[in-house]
Ligand binder design. Structure first.
Ligand code: PLP
Length: 385
């Protein structure tokens, strides 16, 4: 028997409905043409499928389909958003200062660190103890020549949600561009580009029951917002991202978005109830707490500190559960999670933390089985210490 999957924040299985839609874009009998082929039916049909998917992704954001740029995932969307605007702003003499947070995904942190090597100035805002990046903290960090602010919508480790409406207002007032890494929230929380002061937003298909290797960048159509291409050749995607469009991946992302629009509310309610059921069982153990428990969180995230228990031994003991540890293995050592560290957790508590993340296909039986294994394993470890 495979372990119970409680790692939906890392990736989700592709929804059966999405698999069917993708399969229809592969073989000889299917929609396999190049969407850029303008001279025959195969190309026209592929283009129609791509544009249908673009409308599906746009609808979830209440955006114009022309504001959606296809990418190979959130990592590429983030690179395009941050490098593309930073270089465009620098070239036009608008400034060289970038604001982000210390708890961003590596796709953001490594990108801004690289830009710092290229001469940009970078300020990283720290979260409060609940794990939130506040609008006040962003306000303090922006400077006269700030060109770009990049803050994630929800954190991948804790599920803590940032108030991007309030942060957006601060960024607008500072006359800067606002990029949001929404890889954890696209299709899970309402995102209305009609009301949010967000200029750029990155999304990933494989976090919402779509395929891996697929994502999108939302680019607001407004004067003065310029995103320089990072991948050249062919001029696809309004010149911002060249490369033959992967029809099957795009159609899969579109279908996953349409499903999310239908089911996100019901999914969230069911998943939150299952998460609460899991927590009630774990809470019977001594010295446990939820990291980010004082903040608004995504329905599926449960990041638990088992104070006094070695998290890696715990994870190793939990062979019947697939979850994530509060540590990140680097080549040389096991470092505690920089996200939990930034929230003020001691290295020991960060090492004692595990992330369980539930999703659309999590069942009550799975939660009960997982809870039993967690409680038994923690009790055994505590007894043997
Ligand atoms: C998964 C994730 C990414 C990277 O997305 P990919 O599509 O896997 O490249 C970026 N940011 C956050 C917050 C994520 O959870």
């Amino acid at each position: 028997m495979k372990p119970v999957y409680l790692d939906y924040a890392a990736s989700t299985p592709v929804a059966p409905e999405v698999i069917v839609a993708m399969q229809e874009c592969l073989g000889l009998e299917g929609n396999f043409g190049n969407p850029a082929s303008r001279s025959h039916l195969y190309g026209w049909l592929a283009e129609e499928a791509v544009e249908n998917a673009r409308a599906q992704v746009a609808e979830l954001l209440n955006a114009d389909p022309r504001e959606i740029i296809w990418t190979s995932g959130a990592t590429e969307a983030i690179n395009l958003a941050i490098k593309g605007t930073a270089f465009a702003a620098k070239r036009s003499g608008q400034g060289e200062h970038i604001v982000t947070s210390t708890i961003e995904h590596k796709a953001v942190l490594d990108t801004v660190n690289w830009l710092a090597q290229q001469g940009f100035r970078v300020t990283k805002v720290a979260p409060n103890s609940a794990g939130e990046i506040t609008a006040e903290a962003v306000q303090e960090a922006v400077e006269e020549d700030t060109v770009l602010v990049s803050v994630m919508h929800a954190n991948n480790e804790t599920g803590v949600i940032n108030d991007i409406a309030a942060i957006g207002a601060v960024v607008r007032a500072a006359n800067a561009i606002f990029h949001v890494d929404a890889a954890q929230t696209f299709g899970k929380l309402p995102l209305d580009m009609g009301t949010l002061a967000v200029d750029l937003l990155s999304a990933s298909a494989h976090k919402v029951y779509g395929p891996k290797g697929m994502g999108a960048l939302y680019v607001r159509r407004r004067p003065g917002l310029k995103v320089e291409a990072q991948i050249h050749g062919g001029g696809h995607e309004r010149g911002m991202r060249s490369g033959t469009l992967a029809t099957h991946q795009i159609v899969g992302f579109g279908k996953a978005s349409a499903l999310a629009l239908e089911s996100q509310e019901a999914d969230n309610q069911r998943i939150a109830a299952l998460r609460e059921r899991l927590w009630q069982r774990i809470a019977q153990l001594p010295n446990v707490s939820i990291n980010g428990g004082d903040a608004q969180r995504l329905a599926g995230h449960l990041n638990v500190a088992f104070h006094g228990v070695n998290g890696d031994l715990l994870l190793a003991g939990l062979t019947k559960i697939a979850a994530s540890s509060g540590s990140a293995c680097t080549s040389a050592s096991v470092a505690p999670s920089y996200v939990l560290a930034a929230m003020g957790l001691s290295s020991q508590d960060a090492h004692s933390s595990l992330r369980f993340s539930l999703g659309r296909y999590t069942t009550e039986e799975e939660v009960d089985a997982a809870a039993e294994v967690i409680v038994d394993t923690v009790k055994r470890l505590l007894a043997s210490q």
